[in-house]
Ligand binder design. Structure first.
Ligand SMILES: Nc1nc2c(ncn2[C@@H]2O[C@H](COP(=O)(O)OP(=O)(O)OP(=O)(O)O)[C@@H](O)[C@H]2O)c(=O)[nH]1
Ligand SMILES: [Mg+2]
Length: 350
C-alpha cells in the first residue's frame, strides 16, 4: 500500500531535576553540597532512509516519545540522559508543523537529519549551583540538620529540569525521480516502465490500472542509470477531482524531464492531438512548474493498425519532436531513452 500523507505527534524527553544533597566526610566540621545535575531529555529526530518507501508506518504509529533524563543523585551523580528517538521517513518527505502549516524541512538527501523536538535541559544539583563560590557552607547555606532562617534559599540551590518540546507534525511525501511518465489511462505508461526497468507495475487494458506511483531504475545502455516514475493516468477534468484527480502529480514535481505517452492507435477512441492538448491543460492547472519542464512526446502502440496515419496527422498538428515507440515490440524505445538521457544532461548543465 502506498501512503503519501501522515500526521504524527512528537514529544521530547523532560530534563531530570537537580539534586539537593550534602556530604560530610569524617572529621570535617561542615558538610558540603554534593547533589548532582539532572540528565537532559532525549530529542526527537527525523532521518530520511532509502529503505523506507512510503509513509505507511505512520498509519499505525502516531506518537513518538523520547526518554526523559534521570534526576541527579547524591555524591555528585549526574542523571542519565534520556534516549533520543529517531524517526525514519522515506527520502523526499516534506515535514510541516501541523499547527502553523509551515514547512520545516524537505528531507531529500540521505544523511541529513532534522531535530523536530528538543529535549528539556537537566536541572542543576546543589553541587553545581554553589560552584565556584564555595564547596563549604556559609551561615546561609546550611544542611537540613542545621537549619537556618534561610532554608528556603538553600532549597533553591537545585533547579528543576525543563520539559521537553511537544509538536504536531504533518508529513507529505514527494517521490524523487529524474523522469516522470504522464499520459491518459491506457496510454502505456506502466508498459513502458516495465519494459525498461525491473519494476513490475500492474498493466491491464482498463483505465486506472495504476493507482499509486511506482519508481523504476532504468539503465540507458552504457551511459548510466536514471529513475523513472509511473503515476496514475490523468483524464480531462482531473484538476476538478475527476478520475483519480491530480494529487499524484506531486510525485513528478521533482522530476527534471517528462515523457508524455500518447496512444497513437486510439484504442479508447481518443484523438491523439486532443489527448495531448488536454493533458497539458491538466498539467498547467496543477502548477506552472510542470509545463515548464522539458517534455518528450512518445507516440505509443505503433505496432497497431492506423497508428502510422495518426502519427502523421499528429506531427502536422503538433510542432514538437515525437518519438514513435511500441511497448509491445520494444521498437523505438532505445532512441527514446537516448533522447531522455540527453535531455537530462541538458537540464543538469543549465
Ligand atoms: N498493442 C500494444 N498494446 C500496448 C502497447 N503499450 C501498452 N499496450 C496495452 O495497453 C494497455 C494499457 O497499458 P498500461 O501500461 O497499463 O497503460 P497505463 O498508461 O499504465 O494505464 P493506467 O495505469 O490505467 O493509467 C495494456 O493492455 C497494454 O498491454 C503497445 O505498444 N502496443
Ligand atoms: Mg499504469
Amino acid at each position: 500500500m502506498f501512503v503519501d500523507h501522515a500526521q504524527i505527534i512528537v514529544k521530547a524527553g523532560d530534563g531530570g531535576h537537580g539534586c539537593v544533597a550534602f556530604a560530610q566526610p569524617p572529621y570535617t566540621r561542615y558538610p558540603y553540597p554534593d547533589g548532582g545535575d539532572g540528565g537532559d531529555g532525549g530529542d526527537v529526530l527525523i532521518r530520511p532512509d532509502p529503505n523506507v518507501a512510503t509513509l505507511l508506518d505512520f498509519q499505525f504509529r502516531h506518537e513518538f516519545k523520547a526518554g526523559s533524563g534521570r534526576h541527579g543523585g547524591g555524591n555528585t551523580k549526574t542523571g542519565k540522559r534520556g534516549e533520543a528517538v529517531v524517526i525514519r521517513a522515506p527520502v523526499g518527505t516534506v515535514v510541516y508543523d501541523a499547527e502553523t502549516d509551515q514547512p520545516l524541512r524537505d528531507l531529500c538527501r540521505v544523511g541529513e537529519e532534522l531535530v523536530v523536538a528538543r529535549g528539556g535541559r537537566g536541572g542543576w544539583g546543589n553541587a553545581t549551583h554553589t560552584h565556584p563560590n564555595a564547596r563549604t557552607l556559609s551561615s546561609a547555606r546550611r544542611p537540613p540538620n542545621r537549619p537556618s532562617r534561610r532554608r528556603a534559599a538553600m532549597a533553591a540551590e537545585a533547579t528543576a529540569g525543563t520539559p521537553g518540546e511537544q509538536r504536531r507534525l504533518r508529513f507529505e511525501l514527494k517521490l524523487i525521480a529524474d523522469v516522470g511518465l504522464v499520459g491518459f489511462p491506457n496510454a502505456g505508461k506502466s508498459s513502458l516502465l516495465s519494459r525498461v526497468s525491473t519494476a513490475h507495475p500492474k498493466i491491464a487494458a482498463y483505465p486506472f490500472t495504476t493507482r499509486y506511483p511506482v519508481l523504476g531504475v532504468v539503465t540507458v545502455d552504457a551511459r548510466g542509470q536514471l529513475v523513472a516514475c509511473d503515476i496514475p493516468g490523468l483524464i480531462e477534468g482531473a484538476h476538478q477531482g475527476k478520475g483519480l484527480g491530480i494529487q499524484f502529480l506531486r510525485h513528478i514535481e521533482r522530476t527534471r524531464v517528462l515523457v508524455h505517452l500518447i496512444d497513437m492507435a486510439a484504442v479508447d477512441g481518443r484523438d491523439p492531438v486532443e489527448a495531448f492538448r488536454q493533458l497539458n491543460r491538466e498539467l498547467a492547472s496543477y502548477s506552472d512548474a510542470l509545463p515548464a519542464k522539458p517534455q518528450l512526446i512518445a507516440a505509443n502502440k505503433m505496432d497497431l493498425p492506423d497508428a502510422r496515419e495518426r502519427l502523421q496527422r499528429f506531427r502536422r498538428a503538433v510542432p514538437h519532436p515525437v518519438w514513435p515507440i511500441s511497448c509491445a515490440t520494444g521498437k523505438g524505445i532505445p532512441a527514446l531513452l537516448k533522447a531522455v538521457w540527453t535531455s537530462l544532461q541538458l537540464t543538469v548543465d543549465s
